[in-house]
Design a protein around this ligand. Structure first.
Ligand code: GLU
Length: 309
């Protein structure tokens, strides 16, 4: 049996000299202010044990990791009908690319690129006011994490609302193709708030534990989705979770995962544990540099349940 705490401690120690590597996302002004010298990891096993290293308890902006929670909500509302609105193929292009969307007539490649996530948010809104949809997501994430202290950072949401020109372009484009039903400002209002969810590695790993445990959270006993749906969400994370770095992440880490430009990466070791790592400095494709290395080390030292030892 691997001593997980010892593995986390050794990874933290080895990576400490590299804390601060990468480039903090600065296209969202509020994120540009983040101190790059942070690094944390948390692992929650399916038998309910929690392991932590570094800044595991410090909340950060989860950004695109929220797309996993919104996708879960949307599948719960419309089931397989969701795939009329968004595809399931890796994009091979940047997270905010507009070119592909034009080629594919307003149907985004997958739910984890921005365009796809915006379409998913539109589905979750289902005729509700933005405030209600934001409330629904926040309640859902608190329920998943079993933690009422999870919040949304209003400053980050506002900052992105003021500068998210590309996302407005993507949403308007999809609206022109009738793939967005609600007013664009409303959909993006919800989307920017979901991205501004502020969570620590520990809260994130707890919230995602259902994906490691066949759809139910073994710590709370809450049944969230069916085993089949959990498997499918994991499959999408494996193929599409890291934009055009998805292949590289699967190659190096070998686990389903989702990254965010706030510097977090959430990953799932099916049947074993859910994991979150975070450090604000990003690599060229917008994934946390140190968190990706840390997850690679963790997978190498514990064995990948997806691809074998
Ligand atoms: N809120 C960010 C955006 O839409 C999310 C991107 C990300 O985390 O990858 O640009």
């Amino acid at each position: 049996m691997v001593d997980l705490q010892a593995v986390l401690d050794s990874i933290y120690k080895e990576l400490t000299p590299r804390i601060g590597e990468g480039k903090v996302a600065d296209y969202i002004p509020e994120l540009a202010k983040i101190d790059p010298h942070q690094f944390g990891m948390a692992v929650v096993t399916v038998d309910g044990k929690i392991y932590r290293a570094g800044d595991a308890g410090v909340p950060f902006s989860i950004q695109s990791i929220s797309k996993v929670f919104m996708l879960t909500l949307a599948l719960g509302k419309v089931g397989e009908g969701l795939w009329k609105r968004v595809g399931r193929e890796p994009s091979g292009s940047a997270f905010n690319s507009i070119v592909q969307l034009e080629h594919e007539h307003g149907i985004p490649r997958n739910p984890f690129i921005n365009a796809g996530a915006i379409a998913v948010t539109d589905v979750v809104m289902a005729g509700h006011a933005p405030r209600e949809a934001i409330g629904e997501l926040l309640r859902f994430v608190r329920y998943l994490a079993d933690d009422e202290s999870v919040t949304i950072d209003e400053k980050v949401a506002r900052s992105e609302t003021q500068t998210g020109y590309r996302n407005f372009a993507l949403a308007n484009f999809m609206r022109a193709y009738k793939n967005i039903d609600h007013p664009v400002e409303h959909v993006l209002g919800v989307y920017f708030h979901q991205c501004a969810l502020s969570m620590s590695c520990e809260q994130l790993a707890k919230a995602g534990l259902f994906l490691a445990a066949r759809g139910s959270n073994p710590m709370t006993g809450h049944s969230v989705v069916s085993p089949k749906r959990a498997r499918r969400i994991n499959a999408l994370m494996l193929t599409c979770g890291h934009y055009d770095g998805s292949g590289d992440f699967a190659y190096h880490v070998g686990l389903p995962g989702k990254s965010g430009v706030g510097g977090g990466i959430f990953a799932v070791a099916p049947g074993v544990a859910s994991i979150a790592a975070g450090s604000p400095g990003l690599n060229k494709v917008g994934n946390s540099q140190l968190a990706a290395v840390a997850l690679e080390m963790l997978a190498a030292r514990t064995g990948s349940p997806v691809f074998g030892g």
